[in-house]
Unconditional design. Structure first.
Length: 316
């Protein structure tokens, strides 16, 4: 009993501590050095930053329900790797966590943000990403009982405030009809990230992603059939590229490197790297969608980078 309690405590600290380097006794294939974990998490942020512009492109060819369902089916090709590697089924007590990952980041977040982007600009939708690190760190603390330091929380709140003010200014200061979708997406994605980060300390990150996608496959296949019958696709180059990226880049590759990174440096610490994601999204929106950027972008970027530096150095 004492050994089991000790192991649980080590995993909790590894998953949530902003100063954690690598989880104690990780499962085979999960070991990640601190620098490698940071690099992988940053690559995940890069992949995620293209999600909103790619979704806007995808909506040129698909309806919102069709786009989300089809991207889930295509991304579930990850299951091929699970079979090819003869990966054993996860233990029974891991399936609930995988269901949270699937419901949060495979179905919930893509669907709610896609519906929001039907009425909101990418700049306005970036608010949800700007507030996501703080929400993820909060849920991770509640999930495991670990409490990061006051300095960590102060920097996290300051970074979220900078991003929120910046993206609010970019959207003209007006609430859109998609705000409820965005707030819902914020909560379900934070839950999926938290649970995925915990599982990635116990099994390789690509297996977390793969099993979550496979678990959602019956829903995404059925959803694709129904949605495509109600929302016929109209193929275009932008639509095809947008679908390909949200399926492969955002859903599979992005989640794979993101969960591996979180397993290496902890959920709370990795989540703060995501503070840079809204600013990257605005850059892609300018280049790919023609949306305008103001002088406030460099100022906000500087403030966010300072907050990221503080959260990466403070102790939990």
């Amino acid at each position: 009993m004492r050994a089991q309690s000790s192991a649980t405590a080590r995993i909790a600290k590894a998953v949530t501590s902003p100063h954690t380097s690598t989880p104690a006794r990780p499962a085979a294939g999960t070991g990640t050095r601190p620098r490698s974990g940071t690099a992988l998490a940053l690559l995940g942020v890069f992949c995620f930053s293209l999600t909103f512009p790619s979704t806007v492109w995808g909506l040129e060819s698909f309806g919102p329900w069709s786009l989300v369902a089809v991207r889930g089916v295509l991304a579930a090709a990850a299951g091929v790797f699970l079979v090819a590697q003869r990966v054993p089924l996860p233990e029974r007590h891991h399936w609930a966590g995988l269901a949270v990952v699937g419901g949060g980041v495979v179905i919930g977040f893509p669907l709610l943000t896609t519906l929001a982007l039907g009425t909101s600009s990418t700049a306005h939708a970036a608010v949800v990403v700007g507030l996501l690190p703080l929400t993820t760190a909060t849920l991770a603390a509640l999930r495991t009982g670990h409490r990061p330091s006051r300095t960590f929380w102060a920097a996290a709140v300051a970074g979220a405030a900078v991003v929120a003010v910046f993206t609010w200014q970019q959207s003209g200061g007006a609430l859109s009809s998609g705000d409820l979708y965005l707030f819902g997406a914020l909560l379900v994605c934070a839950a999926g990230y938290t649970e995925g980060g915990r599982l990635a300390a116990l099994m390789p990150g690509w297996q977390v992603v793969g099993w979550a996608l496979v678990l959602c496959l019956p829903v995404t296949v059925a959803g694709s059939v129904v949605a495509l019958s109600l929302e016929p696709a109209h193929w275009s180059p932008h639509g095809a590229v947008g679908l390909a990226w949200v399926a492969v880049g955002s859903t599979f590759l992005g989640l794979y490197v993101w969960y591996r990174g979180m397993a290496g440096i902890g959920v709370a610490r990795a989540s703060q790297l995501q503070l840079a994601q809204p600013l990257l999204t605005l850059v892609w929106s300018f280049w790919l969608l023609g949306e305008e950027l103001t002088w406030a972008a460099p100022l906000a970027a500087t403030g966010v980078l300072v907050c990221i530096a503080v959260t990466q150095r403070t102790r939990g």
